[in-house]
Design a protein. Structure first.
Lengths: 74, 212
């Protein structure tokens, strides 16, 4: 497995979707290749960063509209 | 007023009793991501807000009949995607074939040695290999900047990638739920997820290189 192939399999690897042979080749490559090990680290950090989006501020006027819909319904 | 309610049946009971604090808690938790996903189907932010509002009202109307067979979250997104599709002008034809048509790599091919290179074909070129992203303690300036960079890039992704990445990585849906919600195969779900994540990774890498 070359680096340019490995980078396309990272999500499949993280999802546990690689077959046994591909996963073994992926992991053997990682042990010998700092660039790909770093790529995997970057990918994990990316996913973790995406997971922290979400809690950003909801537009206050829109939030009020939803809450008043609730009051009205109640 | 109530504190944080965790259990779904408690949530449903509180909603049926008209507990506004619980409703507000759900709204705060899910609305930003609902807007993001809805925006993938409709042409403007305003219409996305209408779709999301309609979804919350549908939840309230249906709350007495809600049997808890799916989680509230799954129910919300399933209903919302239906409403959004009806409001969305664009036809979503043959999604699977369109996804399969992507064949480009997700990393700039110039970073790799050529396939016919005498040594290490297909491997990282010297000085082109990735370096590890720095540790960013939660709440640090850099951590917040990276979250903004990721958010901006997420907003720029093609519609289907944006929807899949939002559901998986922002909201933590699992792959089978996403396939069912979006009616796509597991393989194509993975393609969209990978391409979207790879684009965000590239944006973060660019940002960190520029910053250093």
């Amino acid at each position: 497995m070359d680096c340019n192939e490995l980078v396309e399999l990272v999500t499949a690897y993280l999802e546990g979707a690689l077959d046994d042979e591909s996963r073994a080749r992926f992991e053997i490559h990682l042990q010998a290749c700092d660039g790909c090990e770093n790529y995997l680290q970057q990918f994990r950090e990316t996913i973790s960063t995406l997971g922290k989006i979400g809690n950003h501020q909801l537009d206050a006027a829109f939030r009020d509209r939803l809450l008043s819909a609730f009051r009205h319904w109640r | 007023m109530t504190g944080i309610v965790k259990d779904e049946s408690e949530l449903l009971a509180a909603l049926r009793n008209g507990d506004e604090a619980v409703f507000a808690q759900l709204v705060d938790r899910y609305t930003p991501a609902m807007l993001r996903v809805a925006r993938g189907y409709v042409p403007t932010h305003e219409i996305a807000e209408e779709v999301v509002q309609e979804t919350w009202i549908a939840l309230l109307k249906g709350i007495s009949r809600f049997e808890g067979r799916s989680s509230i979250r799954t129910w919300l997104f399933a209903v919302m995607i239906n409403i959004a599709k009806q409001r969305g002008a664009q036809e979503r034809r043959n999604a699977d074939a369109e996804i399969a048509a992507f064949t480009d790599g997700t990393v700039d091919p110039a970073r790799f040695r050529a396939a016919d290179a005498p040594v290490w074909p297909g491997h990282w070129k010297e000085h082109k290999e990735p370096t590890a992203f720095p540790d960013t303690p939660e709440g640090s300036v850099l951590a917040d900047e990276l979250i903004s960079v990721a958010q901006r890039e997420l907003d720029k992704l093609p519609q289907r990638q944006r929807i899949v990445v939002s559901l998986r990585d922002m909201l933590g849906f699992d792959s089978s739920e996403v396939c069912e919600l979006l009616d796509i195969s597991i393989a194509n779900q993975r393609v969209l997820l990978h391409r979207g994540r790879a684009a965000v990774r590239q944006a973060l890498e660019n940002y960190l290189v520029d910053a250093s």
